[in-house]
Design a protein around this ligand. Structure first.
Ligand code: GLP
Length: 263
């Protein structure tokens, strides 16, 4: 895993955007896997700016979101479809028909999982999957104890995740306890993965994901098995990493290697 530690969330967003733009320039028809939550918001803001400045175009890009709440329709302000439209898709030049989010209010959410897998396959697979991380190490809505080879399906959310996401819901408003999420196996098939984490509330999860044992109790730890993962994290989230000096050293060497031999 390539671990890039940067000063603050804004640097994380810039670096994340560089990686996305680089890919889209190389492959204008790229398929992106997208995440929600607070962490990627500044990445989306940065990508919107770059699109406005015509530094990148999403015209031929297709996107698949990681997850959605079961029971919320796309027009619900707390649904991930709404989040994506309002924070990203409506502000860039993407074709809405090329943006996929699991349908949370489908009559049969189980069937949605199978169909979603087919749609990803039909699109040729995901080129770059963006991930945040839950405080308990979850990715998408794959909670601790999720099968490490799971596919898109319904997951019961943990109390921790429901508690952490409560801040997005009004008091007394219905908050779903189920999500429909790409599986860990689905995520692992992406050609490249970008893991973003910022803030001290993610310190423990990042320590477990990057340096802990591979275990279903920290779903993000399975990323250690993926051949192309870049973790871009800020200093607060990196606080407890044992091998921090090595990661900085690797980065400085990487820059030299790229200068000499290209990327
Ligand atoms: C939710 C999402 C995850 C996200 C996590 C962390 O549970 N399903 O995809 O990574 O929250 O969110 P935040 O970035 O707000 O901490």
């Amino acid at each position: 895993m390539e671990v890039i530690i940067l000063k603050n969330p804004s640097d994380v967003a810039q670096r994340g955007a560089d990686l996305c733009v680089e890919l889209i320039k190389k492959k204008p028809t790229a398929v992106l896997g997208l995440a929600t939550g607070s962490t990627p918001l500044s990445l989306y803001e940065e990508l919107v700016k770059r699109c406005e400045r015509k530094e990148v175009s999403f015209k031929n890009v297709r996107t698949f979101n990681l997850d959605e709440y079961v029971g919320l329709e796309g027009s619900h302000p707390q649904s991930y479809r709404y989040y994506m439209d309002h924070n990203f898709f409506d502000k860039i030049d993407i074709e809405k028909a090329n943006t996929f989010v699991p349908q949370g209010d489908a009559k049969n959410p189980v069937a949605v999982g199978f169909e979603y897998e087919n749609q990803i396959t039909k699109a040729g697979g995901i080129d770059l999957q963006i991930l945040g991380i839950g405080r308990n190490g979850h990715i998408g809505f794959n909670e601790p104890s999720s099968s490490l080879s799971s596919r898109t399906r319904i997951k019961t959310l943990t109390e921790t995740t429901i508690g952490d996401n409560k801040r997005f819901f009004r008091q007394g408003e219905f908050q779903p306890g189920l999500g429909i999420t790409m599986g860990i196996g689905t995520i692992m098939e992406a050609k490249q993965i970008l893991l973003l984490a910022t803030g001290e509330q993610k310190t423990e999860a990042i320590k477990a994901a990057v340096e802990g044992p591979i275990t279903a109790m920290c779903p993000a730890s399975v990323l250690q098995m993926h051949r192309k993962v870049t973790a871009i994290i800020d200093e607060a989230a990196a606080e407890d990493l044992h091998s921090k000096p090595y990661y900085y050293w690797v980065l400085s060497q990487q820059q030299k290697i790229e200068k000499l031999y290209g990327r």
